[in-house]
Design a protein around this ligand. Structure first.
Ligand code: NAP
Length: 251
């Protein structure tokens, strides 16, 4: 069956995650949707999803609302990272102002299991204030190191996709790498550097969970930074499949 142009719905997919990419892939061949994936432009080589893409901020909620109107967007899926709180807030406000249906696609967080030694904290600052260990593996992202910059006593191993941004801890080494990582790779890295504590944000991503298994195996404590709260009054999907189902019925 051929759909007429007015039956094709324009979808803005706010991306930067594996889920956003998989959703773009799932919708790419579906004639009901004309998907525009949006990336913040933070990574030098983002690896673009299939379909149309745009890169860069919208200029806050007002800019996004204007963009949604100009582009005649029929639905928005916010599939940004669970810690991308500003973009999510902006999407909620712009959706309210324009009446465009919004779904937040947010994978569940990680849960502690037998043998894990996790300490949950509300922020990076709280993580830095009560840090176990002397040789700490930081996987919190290249822009999230300021909280640890004043710690001259510990040694840090920082892993990020692009080079980390100052302010940085004085005693550190950087590993530039993009996941997914295997448990064996994580074990080797943590053993090589004699890591005795791991700090991570609760992203919930299967792509980066091997470090948690490695930490459990090595008896290394994990400082787990909790997510910002999900927005109120907005439907939330936990999986790409749920997002596909929502799009089929939304609006
Ligand atoms: P953020 O703090 O919530 O967003 C800051 C600003 O960046 C937003 O206000 C928006 O600018 C712009 N922006 C963010 N995501 C965008 C998108 N998908 N498309 C267009 N503009 C976007 O976000 P962040 O934490 O810096 O994350 C930036 C990107 O990296 C997101 O796409 C996110 O999914 C991805 N990411 C983040 C993390 C993390 O830990 N935070 C980890 C992995 C990937 P305007 O206000 O001008 O619209």
């Amino acid at each position: 069956m051929t759909l007429r142009a007015e039956e094709t719905r324009r979808v803005l997919l706010l991306g930067g995650t594996g889920e956003a990419r998989r959703l773009a892939e799932a919708l790419a061949a579906d004639p009901r949707y004309d998907v525009i994936s949006s990336l913040a432009g933070r990574t030098a080589d983002p690896g673009l999803p299939p379909g149309r893409t745009r890169i860069g901020g919208f200029g806050g909620p007002d800019g996004l609302a204007a963009w949604l109107r100009d582009e005649r967007i029929g639905a928005v899926v916010d599939a940004t990272h669970p810690f991308a709180a500003l973009m999510t807030e902006s999407a909620v406000l712009a959706a309210e102002r324009t009446g465009v249906p919004l779904l937040v696609l947010r994978r569940p967080g990680w849960t502690e299991g037998p043998g894990d030694d996790w300490r949950r904290v509300p922020s990076l600052e709280a993580a830095a204030a009560d840090l176990p260990g002397e040789r700490v593996f930081l996987t919190t992202g290249r822009k999230n190191l300021a909280a640890f910059a004043g710690d001259a006593r510990r040694w840090f191993l920082v892993r990020s996709v692009d080079p980390p941004e100052p302010p940085l801890p004085p005693r550190m080494e950087t590993v530039l790498a993009r996941g997914p990582f295997t448990v064996d790779e994580e074990l080797a890295l943590m053993r090589e550097h004699a890591i005795d504590a791991l700090v991570t944000k609760d992203s919930g991503s299967a792509m980066t969970s091997a470090k948690l298994t490695a930490a459990r195996t090595l008896g290394v404590p994990v400082v787990m930074v909790d997510r910002p709260p999900a927005p109120d009054g907005v439907p939330i999907a936990a999986t790409v499949e749920e997002a596909v189902a929502w799009l089929a019925h939304a609006g």
